[in-house]
Design a protein around this ligand. Structure first.
Ligand code: FSO
Ligand code: SF4
Length: 541
C-alpha cells in the first residue's frame, strides 16, 4: 500500500505497511481501485455530457459517495468497498454503452473485471502509478480536494440540494486526472479550479443547512450528562441527526453530539428536541476512551471513525459512507433510515459516565456575526480588537498539535480567534474571555463552515472599504488533517487569501516543486513555535 493523503501519514512521508489511521493494506488497495473506477466513471459521464446527454442524479451521487468512502477514517470495510466497486463497474458499463464514440476514452473508462481480479488490478492503480513526482503531487492534491468537496456535496444532497455544475466539474476533473497530456501547468490550473468549485460546494451545503435548520445563532452547549441511556452521534450529517431525534422522541433515550456534530446545537431547528442533551467528549481522535465511557450506542454518520475497541464495537453503528467490519450499517432505504437497532441498543445500556461539566458557547456563523457587525467594527476601530486569527481546521493525535492550545492561550487579549472544524477542541473549553461582550473564540461550526469565516472576512473587507481581503488584520494559522481541510484550503486560495500557515506539518503529498509554487504564489507557510509564530504573524504579545 501507499497512502499519504492525511497529515498523520507515517514518518511524514507515506503509510506503506499499514495506515497510522488503522487502514490495512487490503483496504487501502480497494480504496485505490475505487478511486480508479470512479475516475473511469467520470470519464464516461464527461463524454456523455459532451455529447449533450443528461447524466442522472443517481450517477452524480455514486461519484460523490465513492470519493467520500475513501476519505481518511471513513471506511475500513473491505467487503463493503468491493461491493461499491462492483456497483460502480455495472453502472459504468451501462453508461459506456450510451457513449457514441468511446474510442478515445481512457483505459479506466473501459476497464471491468470480476471480483476475483480486483486485487491484482488494485496493486497497479495506486498513487505511485504516476511516476513523475510533480505530476503525482498535483494529481493527488486535486484528488484530495475532490474527496473533500464530495463530502460536502453529499451532505447537501442528503438535504435535497443539488448542483449539477459542481458534479459535472468533479467528474470532468476525475477524467482529467487520467489524462497523460495534462502537464504541470494544466494540472496546476485544475488544482486552482478545484478551489473555485470548493467555494461553490461549501456555499451549496451552507444553503442546504441554513434553509433547512435556520441560521446558527449564539448558543450554549452543555458538556455534562443526564441519567438516561444515550446515543452519541458523530460526524457531519445533520439530516441523520434530524432523523435520529425524530425517531428517539418519547423513547426515554437521550441524544448527545460528539466531535464535528457539536455545531448542530447552534441551529434553531434542533433546539426543539428536549432529548438533545449536549455534547459529549472532544475531537475524533479521543474516541477510543470516550466511546468506552459513553456506555451507550454510537452512530457514526461520516468520518472520522477510528477502528473500534472490542469493548464498544457492538454499540457502534455506521451509516452512509462510513464502514467498519463487524459493526451494523444502517442503510438508506427509499430515502429513509431506520435507526431502530441503534435505539434498541441504547435502551439496554447504562447512562453515560460524566467526563466534564460546564458549557461552551458557539454559533458564530455568518448571519450571527453580521448581526453583531457594528459591535465588531467598533471594537476594531477603537483598537479593542487588533487582530483576528483564523484557527480553523482539524484536531489530531500528534503531540505537536498541543501548539494550537498554547498558541490560543498565548494570544493577547486584543485578538479574536475565528474557528470552524474540530481544531477548536484544543481551546474552546479554555476561558479566554471576551472583548466588550464579544467572545474571544468565535466558533462558526463544522469544517465546511469555514465558508462562514470567508464570508465574514469578505464582509469586513467591504465594511472597511478595502480593495483586498489580505489588507484586513486577519492571520491564518490553520491546522489540517484530512481531505476536507484540503478543499477548504483550495477554496480560500480561490478567494484570494494569502499567507495561510498550515500545520502541524505541511502535506507529504506536496512535492518540493509544487510546495515552491504554493509558497511563491500564495505565501503558504508552515509553523514553528508559539513565540516565533506570534512575531511572524505580527502579533505583539
Ligand atoms: Fe475533518 Fe478536519 Fe470536519 Fe475535523 S476536515 S478533521 S472531524 O476538522 O472536521 O471532517
Ligand atoms: Fe496513512 Fe493517513 Fe492514508 Fe491512513 S489516511 S493510510 S494515516 S496517510
Amino acid at each position: 500500500m501507499f497512502c499519504y493523503q492525511c497529515q498523520e501519514t507515517a514518518g511524514g512521508k507515506g503509510c506503506t505497511v499499514q495506515g497510522v489511521c488503522g487502514k490495512k493494506p487490503d483496504v487501502a488497495e480497494m480504496q485505490d481501485l475505487l478511486v480508479y473506477v470512479t475516475k473511469g466513471l467520470g470519464a464516461v459521464t464527461t463524454a456523455l455530457r459532451a455529447e449533450g446527454k443528461k447524466v442522472a442524479i443517481e450517477v452524480n451521487h455514486r461519484v460523490t459517495m465513492n470519493l467520500f468512502i475513501t476519505i481518511t477514517n471513513a471506511n475500513f470495510d473491505r467487503e463493503a468497498i468491493i461491493d461499491v466497486i462492483e456497483e460502480t463497474l455495472a453502472l459504468k458499463s451501462d453508461l459506456l454503452a450510451q457513449v457514441a464514440d468511446a474510442s478515445k476514452l481512457p483505459e479506466a473508462a473501459h476497464w471491468t473485471a470480476p471480483r476475483a481480479d480486483f486485487e491484482a488490478k488494485a496493486k497497479t492503480v495506486g498513487v505511485l502509478a504516476t511516476e513523475n513526482e510533480d505530476v503525482r503531487s498535483l494529481r493527488e492534491l486535486t484528488t484530495y480536494g475532490l474527496k473533500g468537496l464530495s463530502a460536502y456535496v453529499e451532505h447537501a444532497n442528503a438535504l435535497g440540494h443539488e448542483n449539477e455544475e459542481i458534479d459535472a466539474f468533479m467528474q470532468r476533473a476525475l477524467a482529467q486526472l487520467l489524462d497523460d497530456t495534462m502537464d504541470g501547468d494544466a494540472l496546476t490550473a485544475l488544482v486552482l479550479e478545484t478551489g473555485k468549485w470548493g467555494v461553490d460546494g461549501m456555499a451549496l451545503l451552507d444553503g442546504a443547512n441554513t434553509s433547512t435548520y435556520g441560521h446558527p445563532e449564539i448558543s450554549k452547549v452543555k458538556l455534562g450528562v443526564g441519567n438516561r441511556p444515550g446515543i452519541l452521534i458523530s460526524g457531519h450529517d445533520l439530516k441523520d441527526l434530524e432523523r435520529l431525534l425524530e425517531q428517539t422522541k418519547g423513547t426515554g433515550v437521550d441524544v448527545y453530539t460528539h466531535g464535528e456534530m457539536i455545531p448542530a446545537h447552534y441551529y434553531p431547528a434542533f433546539k426543539k428536541y428536549d432529548n438533545l442533551v449536549g455534547n459529549y467528549g472532544n475531537a475524533w481522535w479521543l474516541q477510543k476512551e470516550e466511546f468506552e465511557k459513553f456506555n451507550g450506542a454510537i452512530l457514526m454518520t461520516t468520518n472520522c471513525v477510528v477502528p473500534p475497541k472490542d469493548s464498544y464495537k457492538d454499540r457502534l453503528f455506521t451509516t452512509a459512507a462510513v464502514g467498519v467490519p463487524g459493526c451494523t450499517h444502517i442503510p438508506l432505504v427509499n430515502g429513509e433510515k431506520d435507526f431502530t437497532p441503534v435505539i434498541e441498543c441504547a435502551k439496554k445500556c447504562a447512562p453515560p459516565t460524566e467526563l466534564e461539566t460546564g458549557e461552551i458557547v458557539g454559533g458564530f456563523a455568518h448571519e450571527q456575526v453580521f448581526a453583531v457587525a457594528d459591535k465588531v467594527v467598533e471594537a476594531v476601530k477603537s483598537g479593542a480588537i487588533k487582530k483576528f486569527v483564523v484557527m480553523a481546521g482539524c484536531d489530531g493525535r500528534m503531540k505537536s498539535r498541543e501548539y494550537y492550545g498554547e498558541f490560543a492561550e498565548a494570544l493577547p487579549h486584543d485578538t479574536v480567534i475565528l474557528t470552524a472544524g474540530c481544531a477548536k477542541y484544543k481551546y474552546i473549553k479554555k476561558d479566554l474571555g471576551d472583548i466588550g461582550g464579544i467572545p474571544r473564540v468565535l466558533d462558526a461550526g463544522q469544517c465546511n463552515d469555514s465558508y462562514s469565516l470567508a464570508l465574514i472576512a469578505l464582509k469586513l473587507k467591504e465594511v472597511f472599504g478595502l480593495d483586498d481581503v489580505n489588507k484586513l488584520p486577519i492571520a491564518y494559522n490553520i491546522a489540517w488533517y484530512e481531505q476536507k481541510a484540503v478543499i477548504v484550503l483550495l477554496a480560500l486560495l480561490h478567494l484570494g487569501v494569502k499567507n495561510i500557515h498550515l500545520g502541524p506539518t505541511l502535506p507529504a503529498f506536496l512535492s518540493p516543486n509544487v510546495a515552491k509554487v504554493l509558497v511563491e504564489t500564495f505565501g503558504i507557510g508552515g509553523i514553528t513555535n508559539v513565540e516565533d509564530d506570534m512575531a511572524m504573524f505580527g502579533i505583539e504579545v
